[in-house]
Design a protein around this ligand. Sequence first.
Ligand code: HDD
Length: 701
Amino acid sequence: MPDTGKLYPTTADTQKSPDSTTHPAEAGNAGELHQTNPDAPVMTTAQGVPVSDDQNTLRGGERGPALMEDFHFREKIFHFDHERIPERVVHARGYGAHGYFECTEAIPELTRAGLFQEAGKKTPAFVRFSTVAGNKGSFDVARDVRGFAVKLYTEEGNWDLVGNNIPVFFIQDPIKFPDLVHSVKAAPDRGFPQAQSAHDNFWDFISLMPESMHMIMWTMSDRAIPRSFRFMEGFGVHTFRFVNERGESHFVKFHWKPKLGLQSVVWDEAVKINGADPDFHRRDLWDAIRAGDFPEWELGIQVFDDEFADKFDFDVLDATKLIPEEECPIRVVGRLVLDRTVDNFFAETEQVAFCTQNIVPGIDFTNDPLLQGRNFSYLDTQTKRLGGPNFTHIPINAPKCPFHHFQQDGHMAMHNPTGRANYEPNSWSQGGPRPDPEKGLRSYGEELEGTKRRLRPESFADHYSQARQFYLSQTPIEQDHIANGLTFELSKCVVEDIRLRVLGHLRVIDEDLASKVADGLGHDLPEPAKPAREPVDLKTSDKLSILKNGPDSFKGRKLGILVTDGMDKTVYDALVKAVEAEGGMVEVVAPKVGGVTTSSGEKLKANQKIDGGPSVLYDAVALVVSEEGAKQLAEMLPGKQFVADAFGHGKFIASTPEAAPLFDASGVNETDDGMMTLKAASDAPAFIKVCRAVRFWDRMA
Ligand code: HDD
């Protein structure tokens, strides 16, 4: 098929109208009404017929009946009626962005994949982050795994690395995936709960599936409530293969490491953020890219051979296990940069179809059973969701390299083969594409043997050792958060037996953890679960902790400055300067969204009215207020909550001396090293330096 690989025109190409993402008023212009703008394109029907009136249907007589012949009306309503497609069966809520992958270290000795052949080589990429359990319209900061799906448009086809922000998975065999997902999603009889795992069905299933224990430690940790997509890791999870030009293979695990470091919110914040801004994560990504602060991850690889795999305590084909970085170091070979928001959410983020089967020459699968099962599921689900086999014709899914094949017809076919030959082999002289044994993808020639049977290998039998290793690798604060997470979730289970069964597993993982949770629930400890294989004590790994791998600057983070009339603008200006110098962002919160008048009579615009800008939306806060303003805020519930929550969540707080009445009214009667008085503008840089740490944890201990 003579396709040049040129994408079919995107919505943006065909429907391009003057940029309407930014309102003219935002850009400082008064803003002309669309109707009076002579440059605006003429509205047409889908057939391209110019439209004269989009306000009134065609009627017979002034107050008479609507006429059937009004095809503009019928076409408009017909199309609207068909706007929805099924949401993804899991990972329904997601957010995507464009960018590129850049190879920083060539690795031809490991793989023949084109994107890794030359340092500096850039490959276009599209990434979609997601939650798993919630519906499309649920909230962003649910306690959940985050999807981290990367589509790399290489010169030899698309490679989809469909990973998560957690390096292991709940189950070992894909035949259990529907059960896992049914258990976590809304119960079939009542249709709730939404976007959470804190309910009987989920914990019932988990308590009967000990292989999930390692993953449960991760999902009950703060990994499941990331501060933003920009502050989380991504993992390919499975062991894959690299295959080089000579056909030699190495095992490989893929890691995405955020340049900003790791940061999560605390649970009470998550609950409040979901109310204050259900779009917290997607807004964060959009804002960062729009501000030119492009999120970036390093691609790290763990490469090992059969000998390492054989010596390793666990099976490298078991997706419930990881290989600690200390045992197999990570080598950084590239970086992923997201530098462009989508033009259209539906066309790109919603229609993007990731398939684990999409690999390119130089990358190959292993016998990880979960991966093999996924290779069926994704292709199958995209066909249903996007309506037919031609979803690869949608621009976001089409390769950006030339492609030639004899696949044809089907719903919405956009590029069929031209000419007479549409089969292979054929004897027409220009009879279309031919396979190429040299350039083509050749599966690694692994030798296979064995008896056909359904079984779980003995090498997959240890379900607790890495769960314990994960728990013991955390700082005490993080361990508390895991215990609290478990206690909260289990407290939402109505059936006591389910709680006790989980406690039985926790006893095998760590007795202290089990005791903390049992105490939190008000239960006596039950008998420990009986493991299929006794766990062993493994060396702890610092890389498993968030706090040990946190940010080292205020870059990419946000200071919320609460201001009132009569505030000192010089202090405010100094804070903004200090934040910007670190690469952070500032948002102004005021009693009214119109802003405030400073002590020198200037007008300062606000980004948020206090009710809509609670302190949970910020990494640190500053109160730059007048005495009168502080007194007014002290009378307002959102004002008091702003301060009380910032304090309760261990945030760094700076304040001008006039803020005292607000602290009193908020019940914050103590000071600590996480609080700082801004006596003068010159104090601002020191405060932002303090904010480099994530929180003042001592206050929360
Ligand atoms: Fe899956 C979506 C990640 C196991 C079946 N999965 C989906 C997405 C991500 C993952 C990130 C969203 C892609 C997007 O943004 O569009 N899934 C994982 C990881 C797994 C995993 C890291 C374990 C290592 N998944 C898994 C199994 C099965 C599926 C075992 C089935 C046997 N996953 C699907 C799916 C989805 C999906 C049903 C739903 C929507 C979609 O594919 O595009 O096919």
